[in-house]
Write a protein that binds this ligand. Structure first.
Ligand code: CTP
Length: 400
């Protein structure tokens, strides 16, 4: 079988050195990589490095090997084009269809999925020109990975760092696995909640649950790979931020409600994969609750938390918004699922059976997706990403 052909574009930013690791990950996992640096990128990492690591010739401009028509062939033959780092200048060129070197020509001739991993100073990333360029590219189905927050060049810290090469590679792997599918969530904003909320009792204790957040993160990653702008409202998962996703960290159910409602205001779909605590302690002790000699502890009084899924389903922020809930059941899975779907008022409910060894913390899942229209979609045991893709298939159907 032919190796998948990846074009790794590198534009001129200090993070170019990190693209060496990305390149390594591609070659070591059986991809045929052609590196196309810009002339500026070569100020940071030289052609010899790219050529040696990729095992392929490297050129920046359209005047080398003209008989092979490289400015057209490289893009036409590619199964994936990824540009890491993508500078603000490269985003602008890509958004406007400029073609003044080999990489920008390649972007115009490629008919395969394109992934851009921007890296720049926060001011440049936040500039309205850059925001509009990113929006234009995303509307066209280009996967623009959200930069990470952290140390930038020099002493600055903020948003604009190139995400970890491992995270970029993972996003590319997902895009490649879907093949030449149209990015069916391009131009859509989706909100995913993940993890388990923590309801504090005092400064050192909380009521929590066993949700790992992995299913929600898989939903966020797969939606980003299908072209969506993703807001991930994450409750204490300890998982690394997925590339290509805006992460809003929260603690309690009340904080999650606020964050979900805010993000849902302009969302096309909301998927509540989080395990939201149904109850919270009625009182929060500002100091640590101490044991008292000879005395039993005070009983714990709990109050109800808001039901976020029921609230956003009853009071939709936008007409046509698709809302998905999750339900973990131990018995009578389907009939309990149907009852819950009706009670919550959402469009789809992913029902999985929980029990010992099942679901919590595992990399795999098995479920049935119930539709308010009476549909029933079984998802066989497999990676959480496969279940996530089925959920997005059903959401995309309802959005179109
Ligand atoms: N959920 C929510 N807000 C809550 C509780 C749950 O938005 N306060 C959402 C979850 O994110 C999930 C769905 O509702 O998508 C199902 O949650 P579950 O806890 O199973 O439902 P309950 O209404 O608590 O039903 P029961 O406890 O009777 O099983």
């Amino acid at each position: 079988m032919d190796k998948p052909k990846v074009v790794l574009g590198v534009s001129g930013g200090i993070a170019a050195y990190k693209a060496c690791e990305l390149l390594r990950r591609f070659t070591e996992s059986g991809h045929d990589v052609t590196v196309v640096p810009t002339a500026s990128a070569l100020h940071f990492v030289g052609a010899a490095t790219w050529s040696a690591l990729s095992g392929n010739p490297v050129s920046t401009q359209v005047w080398d090997d003209v008989h092979e028509v490289p400015h057209v062939r490289i893009g036409q033959r590619a199964d994936l084009v990824v540009v890491a780092p993508t500078t603000a200048d490269m985003l602008a060129k890509a958004a406007h269809g400029l073609a003044d070197d080999l990489l920008t020509n390649t972007l115009l001739t490629a008919r395969c999925p394109v992934v851009l991993a921007p890296a720049m100073h926060t001011e440049m990333w936040e500039h309205p020109a850059t925001r509009e360029n990113v929006a234009t590219l995303r509307r066209r189905g280009v996967v623009v990975i959200e930069p990470a927050v952290g140390r930038l060049t020099g002493v600055d810290t903020g948003k604009g760092r190139l995400p970890d090469p491992a995270a970029i590679f993972e996003a590319c792997r997902r895009v490649l696995a879907r093949g030449v599918h149209e990015p069916d969530l391009a131009g859509r904003h989706v909100v995913v909640s993940a993890g388990g909320t923590r309801e504090p009792l005092d400064p050192v204790r909380f009521l929590g649950n066993r949700s790992s957040g992995k299913q929600g993160y898989a939903l966020a990653r797969t939606a980003a790979a299908r072209g969506a702008r993703v807001t991930l409202v994450a409750a204490d998962t300890g998982l690394p931020d997925p590339a290509g996703v805006d992460v809003v960290p929260v603690g309690t159910a009340v904080q999650m409600r606020e964050a979900v409602l805010k993000a849902a205001a302009d969302a096309d779909a909301v998927v509540m994969a989080a395990a939201v605590a149904d109850f919270r302690p009625a009182a929060y002790a500002a100091g640590k609750i101490k044991k008292k000699d000879g005395q039993e502890p005070e009983p714990l009084v709990l109050v109800r938390n808001p039901d976020i899924l029921a609230e956003i389903s009853a009071d939709r922020a936008r007409a046509g918004q698709v809302i998905v809930g999750f339900a973990a059941e131990t018995d009578d899975v389907l009939s309990n699922g149907r009852t819950k779907l009706a009670r919550k008022g959402c469009d789809l409910l992913v029902v999985n059976e929980v029990g010992e060894r099942k679901t919590f913390g595992s990399e795999e899942n098995e479920a049935v997706v119930l539709g308010a229209d009476g549909s029933e979609t079984p998802v066989p045991h497999g990676p959480k990403e496969a279940l996530a893709d089925t959920v997005w298939d059903l959401v995309a159907e309802r959005l179109s």
